[in-house]
Design a protein around this ligand. Structure first.
Ligand SMILES: NC(=O)c1ccc[n+]([C@@H]2O[C@H](COP(=O)([O-])OP(=O)(O)OC[C@H]3O[C@@H](n4cnc5c(N)ncnc54)[C@H](OP(=O)(O)O)[C@@H]3O)[C@@H](O)[C@H]2O)c1
Length: 346
């Protein structure tokens, strides 16, 4: 490998966002790569993930990480190919997913705490290592199974259902023998839910009365509400929670730009219906990722777990890709193809 010809393109944080992220919050630069120290590897990025938590990283400490400072490389996970290694556990050609950051090349010194993993399951394209078979899928898996504790025959409602995590929860609920209803914005997303993602019914929260539709499609109440959005939709679903229902608090994207609602009018039903609300943080399950990956890879291979990727091509599109999550422009898990082989769909 000729290091002299390698230039690392990087997206740096240029400003803390005010409202949604915008192009001027980021700067694209190019920098030489540092020499590889003992124990380090050089990874060429194939795909990068975007996730709502990234705006938090730009503002404050979040998800166990300190706040980013202006001038730092944007934080984020990706999947890439090891091109040079001075680490005994990695060899050129290995495919890995981990904290690559928004850059075309990453130098990392993996330790057990780095959350860098080799991609072993090859039942699907490597992009799935940042989607259904990566943190997005693991969030769906552990949130649904460990916090939701589904039983066959139960009714599950998922908000943000056509996004990354939500698009995985629906099929997982069907595999568990549940009935599953998705809430998403717009008719195209609702069609995606019922036609491709195994949802039994879909509610378009932008154009329909969510409470009236829940009454219609969940006459016995909601046994598990998997919440990706918080705010008003959370409150509406709490109003329909079944006795002994479970609310999986995965995320609150509707509150990320506007702040929390002043109060949840229906929270008292959690008490009177002996229900439970519980949050979780996917990284806390790191010692069980392999289990989730193996189980979901088998379901992807069998066709029981369909997945939908929303791919933008080109490293220069990272800011646009992230901003779109808050505008709801993504259908399924949003990823950005960075390398030429990724843009060719490898
Ligand atoms: N607990 C954990 O460890 C963990 C791990 C990963 C992710 N998360 C959380 O899980 C959630 C989903 O993450 P993701 O990466 O899969 O993102 P995503 O769902 O792919 O993208 C965000 C989606 O949120 C919806 N949305 C945006 N603003 C909204 C609003 N005001 N009201 C209702 N929906 C809105 C949009 O869909 P519509 O067009 O349908 O509005 C958009 O497509 C996020 O809240 C994230 O923070 C938590």
């Amino acid at each position: 490998m000729d290091r002299a010809t390698l230039v690392n393109r990087r997206w740096l944080m240029a400003a803390r966002p005010d409202g949604n992220v915008k192009p001027s919050d980021f700067t694209l630069d190019a920098a030489p790569l540092p020499p590889l120290a003992d124990g380090a590897i050089l990874v060429a990025t194939d795909y990068l993930s975007v996730s709502p938590v990234m705006r938090h990283y730009m503002l404050r400490a979040a998800a166990g990480e300190p706040a980013l400072e202006v001038g730092q490389v944007m934080r984020g996970r990706g999947v890439g190919t090891v091109v040079d290694s001075r680490h005994p556990g990695f060899a050129p050609g290995d495919i890995v997913h981990g904290p690559l950051g928004w850059q075309t090349h990453a130098v990392l010194a993996p330790t057990p705490k780095t959350l860098l993993f080799k991609v072993r399951q090859r039942v699907a394209p490597i992009s799935t290592a940042i989607g259904v078979l990566g943190m997005t899928g693991y969030s769906a898996w552990f949130g649904f199974h460990d916090i939701g504790r589904p039983k066959a025959g139960e009714t599950v409602v998922v908000s943000g259902a056509a996004g990354g995590v939500g698009s995985v929860v629906g099929p997982l609920a069907k595999i568990a023998g549940c009935r599953v209803i998705g809430i998403a914005g717009g008719p195209e997303k609702c069609r995606l839910l019922t036609e491709r993602l195994r949802y039994d019914a879909a509610i378009d929260y932008r154009n329909e009365d969510v409470d009236a539709r829940l009454a219609e499609v969940c006459p016995g109440g909601i046994d598990i509400y998997f919440d990706n959005v918080g705010g008003r939709i959370l409150d509406t679903c709490l109003g329909r929670i079944a006795r002994k229902g479970r609310v999986v608090m995965c995320g609150r994207i509707s509150e990320y730009l506007d702040g929390p609602l002043p109060g949840l009018a229906n929270y008292h039903l959690v008490g009177s219906r002996n229900a439970r609300m519980e949050g979780f943080f996917v990284y806390d399950y790191a010692d069980r990722f392999a289990e989730a990956e193996a189980r979901m890879a088998a379901s992807v291979a069998s066709g029981e777990l369909p997945y939908v990727e929303d791919r933008l091509d080109g490293f220069e599109r990272m800011p646009e890709a992230l901003a779109g999550l808050y505008d709801g422009t993504n259908l399924g898990k949003r990823i950005v193809a960075v390398s030429e082989r990724a843009m060719a769909g490898a």
